[in-house]
Design a protein around this ligand. Structure first.
Ligand code: GLU
Length: 328
């Protein structure tokens, strides 16, 4: 039997949140130190040895470049460390999909990397964090968890980073997957995968950048005009993601302004404000004529992450950008 040694990178979030009352309505995300969390976990009698490393103790709405850099560096080092068999990242749920996808794009698939969070603070009645964490340990300990990219464990479901999205503000089963739903079901005792690993021994898709360019999400609304596009250009955006209506639509004047931005070297990706679905090229919007990119299955938050990584890697041409958004 292999010795399981899992690096646990703590960032905060509700899983490390403390309310000070089991029934209170307010709490502070990330109030609990990682060491205190792991002490509680020790009582669960998990099979793996957990190696803690605290990156931050914050709500994930405040996560950004410094924490992403630290997380990537720690994961990359653990990938190269033969003593580490898997990685768990405790994370707030608000931006878990962004961190998971950024790491998914920039890490090899040779060891399991599992993000886990919670919807209820650690001291709330019916807290879900400990179970989610025990599930994450089960996933990170499983040989079949490698070769699938970064995974997100919430509730008793395992989602692939590219599919995962937060879909509810406070429900326990707050995450959905699109186009795939959960790729496994997990409990602290058992895990069932629904398909074999499809990304065995893959190197990182993209180099982790030295910095990330400013890319904004523009939310479309009925009756809007093109001035928000001009304003985003005015603050030096290097790329834009449209959270469009329906199939990534926007009023004609907005599309015109976005086409002008694209022609001026600021790539524009059309995504949708709709919960899920594919935004295809050239359906109602003539992407070929306007020089725009269709986000396909990626919602606005993950489309922004991919666009930032692509631009940082020097990929700016609309057809190459489209190929990356089309790719699995
Ligand atoms: N907003 C906080 C965060 O994302 C708490 C939400 C949560 O973790 O569920 O960290």
């Amino acid at each position: 039997m292999i010795d399981l040694r899992i690096l646990v990178l703590g960032t905060g979030g509700t899983i490390a949140g403390a309310a000070g009352s089991a029934t209170g309505g307010t709490y502070r995300a990330g109030g609990l130190a990682l060491a205190a969390m792991l002490e509680q976990l020790a009582a669960l009698g998990l099979d793996a040895q957990l190696v803690p490393q605290e990156i931050a103790r914050i709500g994930s709405q405040d996560i950004g470049w410094p924490q992403w850099q630290a997380l990537h560096a720690a994961c990359a080092a653990a990938m190269d460390d033969p003593a580490i068999t898997g990685i768990i990242i405790t994370h707030g749920t608000d931006t878990a999909e962004e961190t998971a996808f950024l790491l998914d794009l920039t890490l090899p698939t040779t060891k399991p990397v599992v993000l886990v969070g919670a919807m209820r603070p650690a001291d709330a009645v019916g807290a879900d964090g400990m179970r989610n964490f025990a599930n994450a340990v089960k996933v990170a300990s499983d040989r079949q968890a490698t070769g699938r990219g970064v995974l997100l464990v919430m509730g008793d479901a395992v989602l692939a980073a590219r599919d995962a999205r937060k879909a509810a503000t406070s429900a326990i089963d707050a995450f959905r997957g699109f186009p795939r739903g959960p790729i496994a079901r997990v409990t602290p005792a058992r895990i069932d995968w629904f398909a074999p690993p499809h990304r065995q021994e893959e190197p990182a898709h993209y180099a982790f950048p030295d910095s990330l360019p400013r890319v904004a999400i523009l939310a479309a609304g009925a009756g809007m005009d093109e001035q928000p596009v001009e304003a985003l250009l005015g603050i030096g955006c290097k790329g834009m993601v449209l959270a469009g209506m329906g199939q990534g639509n926007a009023p004609a004047c907005v599309l015109g302004a976005l086409a002008r931005a694209a022609a001026a070297g600021v790539p524009v990706v059309r995504s949708t404000r709709v919960d899920e679905g594919i935004v295809d090229r050239n359906v109602e919007v003539d992407d070929d004529a306007l020089g725009l990119v269709a986000a396909r299955a990626l919602g606005p938050a993950k489309a922004r992450v991919l666009l930032m990584v692509l631009l940082a890697n020097g990929i700016t041409d609309a057809s190459r950008l489209q190929a990356a958004f089309d790719g699995g």
